[in-house]
Design a protein around this ligand. Structure first.
Ligand SMILES: [Fe+2]
Length: 272
């Protein structure tokens, strides 16, 4: 399970890396499944749209595939992975044992050039707040979840400013994030070089970016997330990236444990 040192590193630095958060035998199967999913998106056999997963449409070059768990892809291994013992072993110390979805999605990029500039994962929250505003968001936002990236091939794309989830942005960071729209260098930023099979559990409140280095031709990395569930959790506005999960055929395709996660999630959704 997550060691005391790892938990402390997560609290202090905003991340830690685990070598054993995936069943070794599952790694090749997940890699092949992700490639098949990406091929289906590319050919249009499956159309990965956030509002509805379709079949038989126009092919597109995937970047992040949001619907890998959808039955249209025919790859139950992604849900099995979410419910797998090593994932639980790392998630339970942070969130307890009562959980809800969460997600599994996949970076499946072919050809170079992917870039996502410096930002915090603040959703619709204020991105240029005063000290008080930003610190309030950091103290509250997404405290009930744990998310991670698991590299299916070596992945050096994620950069993190360690510890930035606990503090107000510097003047220089504001310059880069706001004035320069995420482009530029940030001192003390750390490039995370994941080896195949390694998992980084990290806090999206950190200042971070994603960049495919020159010469890198493929990014194949799973993203996962689970959420702490409590009986009195308030309803929440549906995250539009997951509207497709409201379709009738989604639940029945899930393994029993993930069905529980799904039901808890679905019950809380406020849907327009
Ligand atoms: Fe992000």
């Amino acid at each position: 399970m997550a060691s005391k040192a790892q938990i402390e590193q997560y609290e202090d630095q905003g991340y830690f890396i685990a070598d054993d958060a995936v069943v070794p035998e599952m790694l090749p199967a997940l890699t092949e499944a992700t490639r098949r999913v990406a091929d289906k998106v590319r050919s249009g056999e499956v159309v990965d749209k956030t509002d509805k997963i379709g079949t038989g449409g126009e092919g597109t070059a995937p970047v992040v595939i949001m619907g890998v768990m959808a039955p249209e892809f025919g790859e139950p291994i992604f849900s099995d992975y979410l419910a797998s013992e090593p994932v639980e072993r790392y998630v339970h110390p942070f969130l307890g044992e009562e959980l809800r979805l969460g997600w599994v999605t996949a970076f499946a990029i072919q050809g170079g050039g992917y870039q996502c500039g410096w930002h915090r994962d603040f959703g619709a929250e204020e991105r240029d707040g005063s000290y008080e505003v930003e610190m309030e968001i950091l103290s509250r936002y997404r405290k009930n979840l744990l998310k991670w990236h698991m590299a299916l091939i070596d992945d050096p794309c994620l950069w993190i400013v360690p510890g930035s989830q606990r503090r107000y942005r510097t003047d220089h960071e504001r310059e880069v994030l706001i004035s320069n729209k995420g482009v530029g260098d940030i001192p003390d930023a750390k490039q995370i070089r994941l080896k195949r099979g390694q998992t980084i559990f990290w806090n999206g409140n950190t200042i971070h970016r994603g960049v495919m280095p020159t010469g890198m031709e493929e990014r194949l990395t799973l993203c996962g997330c689970l959420v702490k569930h409590q009986a009195d959790d308030p309803s929440e506005t549906l995250d539009e990236r997951f509207r497709w999960r409201l379709a009738d055929n989604v639940r029945e395709a899930l393994p029993e444990k993930v069905r529980v996660y799904y039901d808890r999630w679905k019950r809380l959704q406020i849907v327009d």
